[in-house]
Design a binder for this molecule. Structure first.
Ligand code: DGT
Ligand code: CA
Ligand code: ZN
Length: 644
């Protein structure tokens, strides 16, 4: 998704070539393509910049050497004109006359391209026909039915644009968790490696694992005499697009993709996550605030900037009740501090060597950051009832995964092998069911082809048995819940499966209905005897589209009744960072009702299985323990539950 702030050409921050990096030039060309389209330029020019952007993004060789050796036009997709621009950017840090193009296009038009389903061509049309050059004007035009009559637009477009504007306003300047964490962990890692940094830690919403991240907060502890030098080192990091502010105790930066060049950590999971991320975050930038404090102050500053604000307010109140003052500088006697403020007031703070000692001083054990939302965690901690949160290593498999038989990119065997590599005992296959069409193309497996997948799975399972490999494939389906609440496929097929994940995909009719009708139809689907797991319960795409209206509490209560009668009805946390649906805010309720939760990667290739990492973080945020999650059970326990 295109960033919503106005675009600027990158400025060089070094005094010798290379002045610009591959990523900077690639991102710039992607923007140029959009700007040219908004300007109504020749289609071939647009395509030329798109191609050059892609060529640079996948270029492995060092760009400076290529430019210096005059080989730039030898790269496929880069012609003479654009090649000259690249050389200029690398060697001189300037951009030809691209600045004219950047200045010419109204920023409002760029913002409008951030609306899903509204590309640059259509934005240009709206500008030419109706003089719409801002989100506000677009909103007005949609609400007053001015767009429906334009050639190629209709009432549907107006609805979609209104929804898009709403989303843009709400997510303005935010990033998905996976992107925020990648930047945050990378910056944390780089800062930690600077000599004389005692500690550096990511705080804020990223440490609390919120599903979207506004800005990054990093707390850095170092002795005063080293602080200036450390700040200078940070300023020289690659991947800083802009310095927004620089003081003695705080730096504000904008980070760009170059920051993510190397994977963090050496575990297989770290490397896999960083690989899938480079595709997802190529375009994103994120703001970061770094706060520099003395090592003794570090735990207090870390706790404060981890938040949430609501959690902090409760903590501060607990301190007040004990005659203490708690803030980012320390925990100290109110009467002693009196009118003093800041570090001056905190001079005689209680010494806390880490966060857990702050909590201990207020009468409770350390609270994991994911829980710090003032949603009962303080009460639970005071009573000694904090949950023992689930860990990624507790998972023994996952049930919602696709193969090449529907829209996956990996074969059944490739998916199974990857699951075995992860140390799992089982993998549930759940390809799409036959009704699923996208753009008129059938995506799902036709009913008469299901038998082939069944035979293949049985064959592989036989092989694992013969070879004494503790692994099993479960044959399920991601079965469409049709608009009337019926499940796709004839009953015999569903009956033959080990598990049926019921998912809504035809969102149109669900989005146009009210909450109670939707809830009624979804309950009808859940009541079907073959239904086992509710897939991505609201259909939301974070920063892309709203889910359909549904009474999730009522759905969970209905599922609870079945479980009380010994009939398994589980709900998934779709672990794809694009979805994270079931929302974490409902997890605790599901757990209290005894509805099992399934952390499902919804993997469409082998790497996709790693998304359970995000799902597990969200499960932790929702208070879930090992025992609340279906896919922590062993293979034999699952065989009994599924009856297959
Ligand atoms: P974000 O950046 O919107 O995703 O969310 P956060 O939680 O990272 O919020 P941010 O960046 O505004 O501030 C970081 C933390 O600093 C926040 O979680 C709690 C703390 N904080 C900020 N403002 C206040 C405040 O006015 N009162 C208190 N008690 N804490 C605050
Ligand atoms: Ca923040
Ligand atoms: Zn699905």
């Amino acid at each position: 998704m295109v960033s919503v702030s106005a675009w600027r050409l990158p400025q060089s921050r070094s005094d010798a070539p290379p002045h610009m990096t591959k990523t900077q030039i690639s991102t710039t060309f992607e923007q140029v393509a959009v700007l040219l389209e908004l300007d109504g330029a020749n289609r071939f020019r647009v395509i030329a910049y798109q191609n050059a952007s892609r060529a640079l993004a996948t270029l492995e060789e060092d760009l400076l050497s290529i430019v210096q050796e005059n080989r730039i036009t030898e790269i496929k997709g880069i012609g003479k004109g654009i090649g000259g621009l690249i050389s200029e950017a690398v060697l001189q840090g300037s951009w030809g006359n691209l600045d004219e193009l950047y200045a010419k296009i109204p920023p409002g038009l760029i913002q409008m391209t951030g609306i899903p389903s509204l590309g640059p061509k259509r934005v240009r049309l709206l500008y030419e026909e109706l003089k719409i050059d801002s989100l506000e004007k677009l909103k007005y035009a949609c609400e007053n039915n001015q767009i429906a009559s334009l050639q190629g637009f209709g009432p549907k477009s107006q609805e979609k644009y209104l929804e898009g504007i709403d989303l843009l306003n709400r997510y303005q300047g935010r990033n998905r968790l996976d992107i925020g964490l990648a930047y945050g962990r990378s910056l944390e890692d780089k800062i930690s490696k600077i000599p004389n940094v005692v500690k550096a830690k990511l705080a804020g919403s990223a440490r609390r694992m919120r599903e979207t991240i506004g800005d990054l907060d990093i707390v850095l502890g170092a002795k005063p005499e080293y602080q200036d030098g450390i700040i200078r080192e940070i300023m020289n990091f690659p991947g800083i697009a802009e310095v927004k502010g620089q003081g003695t105790s705080k730096i504000s930066l904008i980070l760009e993709a170059e920051m993510l060049a190397e994977p963090i950590g050496s575990s297989e999971m770290d490397i896999a996550l960083s690989e899938s991320l480079s595709e997802r975050s190529a375009n994103a930038t994120i703001d970061a605030q770094i706060r520099i404090v003395n090592p003794e102050t570090f735990p207090f500053t870390l706790a404060y900037f981890t938040g949430s604000k609501e959690h902090n307010i409760r903590m501060r109140q607990l301190a007040i009740d004990k005659g203490l003052r708690l803030n980012e500088f320390g925990l100290f006697s109110e009467s002693e501090a009196g009118n003093k403020t800041g570090m001056e007031a905190a001079k005689n703070t209680l010494i806390c060597s880490d966060e857990s000692e702050i909590y201990k001083n207020l009468g409770m054990p350390w609270i994991p950051p994911e829980l710090r939302e003032d949603m009962g965690e303080i009460e639970a901690a005071l009573e000694g009832n904090l949950p023992k949160l689930i860990e990624i290593g507790d998972l023994k498999g996952a049930f919602h995964n696709h193969t090449t038989s529907s829209d996956g990119a990996a074969t059944l065997e490739e998916m199974a092998n990857q699951a075995i590599n992860l140390g799992w005992e089982y993998l549930g296959i759940a390809d799409h069911s036959e009704s699923l069409n996208i753009g008129g193309r059938q995506i799902g497996i036709p009913r008469d082809k299901m038998i082939n997948q069944s035979i293949e799975i049985k064959k592989l399972n036989k092989y694992y048995q013969n070879e004494n490999i503790n692994f099993k494939l479960f044959h399920g389906s991601e079965c469409d819940i049709l608009s009337d609440g019926k499940l796709d496929y004839p009953l015999e097929i569903r009956n033959s499966l080990s598990h049926v994940i019921g998912s809504v995909h035809a969102l149109g009719s669900w989005k146009n209905r009210d909450e109670s009708t939707n809830t009624e139809f979804l309950i009808k689907a859940i009541e079907d005897p073959t239904f086992t797991i509710l897939g991505h319960p609201t259909g939301r795409i974070l920063q892309g589209r709203e889910g359909f209206p549904i009474d999730m509490h009522a759905i969970l209560r209905q599922m609870a009744e079945f479980n009380q009668d010994g009939i398994l009805k589980a709900v998934e946390i779709n672990a794809s960072p694009y979805r994270l649906d079931l929302d974490w805010r409902f997890c605790k309720y599901a757990k209290e009702l005894g509805v099992p939760i399934c952390i499902n990667p919804d993997a469409h290739d082998t790497q996709g299985l790693n998304d359970v990492w995000y799902g597990t973080k969200i499960a932790r945020k929702g208070w879930l323990e090992d025992k609340d999650v279906l896919n922590t059970k062993t293979k034999s326990e699952i065989e009994i539950l599924f009856g297959k």
